[in-house]
Design a protein around this ligand. Structure first.
Ligand SMILES: NC(=O)c1ccc[n+]([C@@H]2O[C@H](COP(=O)([O-])OP(=O)(O)OC[C@H]3O[C@@H](n4cnc5c(N)ncnc54)[C@H](O)[C@@H]3O)[C@@H](O)[C@H]2O)c1
Ligand SMILES: [Zn+2]
Length: 401
């Protein structure tokens, strides 16, 4: 058996980890850095905190705060120009996947010619980039743990996945305390995104022993802690476990890749403006049910059920798989993930969404079962109305009890 597995960056994990930023920068001989973040992170007071730790170590900062969710290619040139004019010798990204992805893309443009779109794909970036330190503030995407950046190509209306060499962060300071102020709706969406990463990686065609180990531990941590983090954001233990779980999920999908949930989610964000995590969570149980028409997937869902705390010893693989799907749907409901109709998606958008999903080649390729345009339209319709698992046509009738 042959597989590839990589963890792209060195991590310091734990409460207070962010206080190491000054020391980390001085070890890298960085004296003037481009600080990249968005308004939400700034308003949460996190940027000022990080800046003060850097000032204690005499590190100069230049700020770029124009990051927005599902970041478009149009914001990158300004950030890269700022970094070049100010002759920065490093980058610090503070935020969720959007801020860290923008930082990775700007870092590429500091030492490689633009536009960014020419690097869409794997190992397209040729020149070495500057040191990038990532400080994640969501327990979701965890871009610092992957060697890809996801940027929206505004002309082609698709999310580019730029990955491979020179597309990662060098060092991550992962501090669960930074997620305490994360509002419940963002905790829910980003947490369900992380669960989707783990589940899609676990059933992926490219799953391997190391990605499996990370995915299953991630499923356990996230399913045991998401509702508590959502309801009681101050619970540091739940925040800690969500931060750890989402990191392990990213380790899993960085090598095993994702699947049809993410293939549908990207167009849902581009065409309908859905937050990434909501887009994933709304279709996850339905794609699981679709994939479970394959017996191998049912067998894998059995492990997922077990790691979600479900007793499966006396169940067939099909029954255990059904329980896992029900548990995932219930988790999404407990954290109030909307249906696609509640999220504002319109029926007249279904066709363009299905067409665009088929163009998400990497995720379609990694999915354990083949999917047609008709299947995708059906999955979108099911997520639009928020069907019960027992009513799904993919679920065999003896299980519907
Ligand atoms: N690079 C990768 O490996 C990878 C993989 C999958 C998806 N993505 C991309 O990552 C993006 C999603 O990232 P995300 O889900 O982490 O969210 P995000 O970065 O888009 O942030 C979501 C919201 O949370 C706010 N926020 C973040 N941290 C906060 C905090 N501590 N307190 C208060 N508010 C806070 C932000 O201001 C923002 O409004 C999408 O564009 C997605 O396509 C990247
Ligand atoms: Zn995701």
């Amino acid at each position: 058996m042959q597989f590839q597995f990589g963890i792209p960056c060195q991590v310091t994990f734990g409460n207070g980890a962010v206080k190491n930023i000054g020391q980390v920068l001085s070890e890298l001989s960085a004296t003037k850095v481009l600080l990249i973040y968005d308004q939400g992170v700034e308003q949460a007071g996190i940027v000022d905190k990080v800046k003060s730790y850097m000032e204690e170590n005499q590190v100069e900062t230049v700020s770029f705060s124009k990051v927005v969710p599902n970041p478009p290619d149009t914001i990158l040139n300004e950030g890269a120009k700022l970094g070049r004019n100010e002759e920065v010798d490093g980058i610090v990204a503070i935020g969720g996947g959007s801020s860290i992805d923008v930082a990775k893309a700007i870092n590429i443009l500091l030492t490689n010619p633009g536009p960014i779109n020419q690097y869409d794909g794997i190992n397209m970036v040729k020149n070495q980039t500057k040191p990038l330190i990532a400080i994640p503030t969501t327990a979701g995407t965890r871009s610092e743990a992957t060697s890809i950046t996801v940027i929206t190509d505004t002309e082609k209306k698709r999310k580019m996945v730029i990955g491979g060499r020179h597309c990662g962060a060098d060092i991550a300071l992962v501090d669960p305390e930074l997620t305490i102020a994360l509002p419940p709706s963002i905790t829910a969406a980003t947490g369900m995104d992380a669960l989707t990463h783990a589940i899609e990686a676990y059933v992926s065609k490219f799953a391997s022993v190391p990605s499996d180990v990370n995915a299953l531990k991630a499923i356990e941590l996230i399913s045991n802690n998401l509702v508590e983090a959502y309801k009681n954001g101050n619970n540091l233990e739940a925040r800690h476990n969500m931060m750890l779980g989402s990191m392990l999920a990213a380790y899993a999908f960085n090598s095993a890749l994702l699947g049809v949930v993410h293939a549908i989610a990207h167009p849902l964000s581009v065409y309908c403006g859905l937050p990434h995590g909501v887009a994933n969570a709304s279709t996850l149980p339905y794609v699981m049910a679709f994939n479970a028409t394959d017996e191998h997937v049912q067998y894998r869902h059995r492990d997922i059920a077990r790691h979600m705390g479900i007793e499966v010893n006396n169940l067939s693989d099909a029954e255990a798989s059904y329980k896992a799907i029900e548990a995932v749907k219930s988790l999404a409901e407990q954290v109030h993930i909307p249906t696609l109709s509640e999220a504002g998606v319109r029926r007249d958008q279904f066709d363009i969404l299905a067409e665009a999903t088929l163009n998400e080649e990497i995720s379609i390729m990694a999915n354990p079962t083949d999917v047609s345009k008709e299947d995708i339209l059906d999955l979108i319709e099911t997520a639009y109305v928020g069907s019960d698992v027992k009513d799904l046509k993919y679920v065999q009738s003896p299980l519907r009890k």
